[in-house]
Design a protein around this ligand. Structure first.
Ligand code: F6P
Length: 319
């Protein structure tokens, strides 16, 4: 192996830059050249490939977003895309590829690996729905952003004795909602993995108000329908004043937490070491605290569910 390419794909995730930095520095440490591919897989088709050296990644560890830009490539979704992509990568002298992204990116990585380019993927998505790993890069930062927002909303909710419904991202996963709901002390958490029972939630909110609670926070995952239907359902059942906040892309911005920087560093190095050792078609991750490799065929087609025991715990602690 002589030349390794790195790209970030799908929704950006805080800590992607830490992973790029690690890929570049570990590659150079092992004597490889490194190139960055811009705008996800699309950069392969558009020839947007540039050399990266040690100083190209200086000072990026603290940055959210991704210095390589990201995107969801149409060319890669074309049935002929992976074969063409593999040919273009080979013509650019790239004999190993690191892809950082979520489930769609894992599927793209698998296809390029099958088409003959040694490819290793890194889980990077705030959604934390990548199968078989403890955490995806970006999840911890997103959860901390939501918790900070909850702390702020609690103050105004309390002042006005209101209920706030806070909509969080996660696509089809309730992972952000569960973790942030527990850490932020939510009275109720709505997630796509568990049917939403508004009667039960309203009953709990009414009882807690009767016990003296002056405000409540409800976290609603976008995959569970989000904030709008929850506001209407809770207001009509309780008669309380209900407001909503949709946090949206705020959850993906800003400096990564220490945990995401560390994970980015670990997985960036693990990916390059995997390629150097002849691996292809794998996802690298940390599972129960230990580095792990999972075949992309398995990881890309399965979803990681949030820890429902944590959702139960949040319910008990919110009485
Ligand atoms: O997959 C990451 C994510 O932030 C999801 O949580 C969200 O549903 C989606 O991306 C938003 O996508 P976009 O940035 O294209 O609006």
């Amino acid at each position: 192996m002589k030349r390794i390419g790195v790209l970030t794909s799908g929704g950006d995730a805080p800590g992607m830059n830490a992973a790029i930095r690690a890929v570049v520095r570990q590659s150079i440490f092992l004597g490889f050249q490194v190139v960055g591919i811009r705008r996800g897989f699309q950069g392969i088709f558009d020839g947007q490939i540039e050399s990266l050296d040690i100083s190209s990644v200086a000072d990026i560890i603290k940055l959210g977003g991704t210095i390589l830009n990201t995107g969801r490539s149409r060319a890669m979704m074309d049935p002929a895309g992976p074969e063409l992509g593999a040919r273009l990568l080979a013509e650019a002298g790239i004999d190993g590829l690191v892809v950082a992204g979520g489930d769609g990116s894992l599927r793209g990585a698998e296809k390029l690996s099958t088409a003959g380019i040694p490819t290793v993927a890194i889980p990077a998505t705030i959604d934390n729905d990548v199968y078989g790993v403890d955490a995806s890069i970006g999840f911890d930062t997103a959860v901390n952003i939501v918790v900070e927002a909850m702390d702020r909303l609690r103050d105004t909710a309390s002042a006005h004795e209101r209920i706030f419904v806070i909509e969080v991202m996660g696509r089809a996963s309730g992972a952000i909602a569960v973790a942030a709901g527990l850490a932020g002390g939510a009275e109720a958490i709505l997630i796509p993995e568990v049917p939403v029972d508004y009667d039960l939630i309203a009953d709990r909110l009414i009882k807690s108000r009767a016990r003296g609670k002056r405000h409540s926070l409800v976290v609603a995952a976008e995959g569970a329908g989000g904030a709008r239907p929850a506001v209407a359902a809770i207001a009509s059942r309780t008669g309380f004043e209900v407001r909503m906040t949709i946090l949206g892309h705020l959850q993906r911005g800003g400096p990564p937490t220490a945990a995401d920087r560390i994970l980015g560093g670990q997985l960036g190095c693990q990916a390059v070491q995997g390629l150097a050792g002849g691996a292809t078609g794998i996802l690298v991750g940390i599972y129960h605290g230990t580095p792990r490799e999972i075949p992309l065929g398995e990881a890309a087609n399965r979803k990681q569910n949030p820890d429902l025991a944590l959702a139960d715990l949040a319910e008990v602690l919110a009485i």
